[in-house]
Design a protein around this ligand. Sequence first.
Ligand code: ATP
Ligand code: MG
Length: 325
Amino acid sequence: MSTIQVKNLTRTFQIFDKKPGLGASIKSIFYRPQRTVHAVENVSFEIKQGELVGFIGPNGAGKTTTLKCLSGLLYPSSGNISVLGFKPSDRKYEYLNQIGFVMGQKNQLWWDIPPQETFLLNKAIYNISDTDYQKRLDFFIKTLDIGDIISVQTKKLSLGQRMKCEFVAALLHNPKVLFLDEPTIGLDVIAAQKIRDFVKEINQQFKTTVILTSHNMNDVEELCKRVILIDQGRIKFDGLLSNLTKKFAELKILKFVFENKISKTDIKKFGEIVDGDGYSYTIKVSKEKYLSVASKILTTLPVTDLNIEDTPIEDVIRQVYTDKN
Ligand SMILES: Nc1ncnc2c1ncn2[C@@H]1O[C@H](COP(=O)(O)OP(=O)(O)OP(=O)(O)O)[C@@H](O)[C@H]1O
Ligand SMILES: [Mg+2]
């Protein structure tokens, strides 16, 4: 049985529209026009134990809403969710004890006390034994390199330092399922890499099931074999990231280096020029034509180096978002 089962999940919100201005404010006392937002609409998917799945989509697509429903923070409007055999909205202690939630946009550590004090609070809340606590904390301190910072008041930590401690707070009870909502947002490349390595390690070592949302495609490419792509509350793709690229990437990127300077007009006829200074050019060519284009350039121009790449994953995803069919 799958660890996570979501069937026809729908979550709507009632929004009150109010026009600006005093007149509108007075009117709105008597009459408030309402609108229903379908944040998540008829979403179904299953995730097996130990999977690490990327949940991606543009702003407002419904990612956070789905994760909140999965973790029991929000009630679904309709549909069924089962995680580890529990109905999350029941908010049973036995359920909450087995999940962890990290939100890059939200602080879960206590602001005025050092992280290690929050860790101790969580130890009590989750009923973690002394030996487990010490063993896990030592492991986190070592892998995240946070020995020096856990005794500093949380509000004095940098964002990256705080995020590492957020992970510890969310993982001390060794949850079986981990929800990560934009865990690398705002982090520099080194801190983001450290977090990615850490998520990988947790997933491999403890077989933790992870759902990760991110706008950072490095996170997704590096961590997730499978992605679920959601847009306007509906699932647009669910499958291997490599298949997403295969299905939607219609272009290949060809990079040439030449022995001597070549004019733009000589190159333009082969495909759209992305970049080029005369000695090297990068062009975009359709998947169907790139092999014949490459061989034509190789035989007619003085090529010293050639590189063929797939469309960057960002471009592929942008294409899926704009493809409304
Ligand atoms: N509490 C709420 N009240 C009203 N509308 C909401 C509420 N929470 C979310 N929404 C709406 O639901 C839709 C989905 O929001 P959600 O936060 O799930 O998107 P998201 O995919 O997480 O986006 P982002 O990438 O920007 O974080 C949006 O249109 C949003 O305005
Ligand atoms: Mg969100």
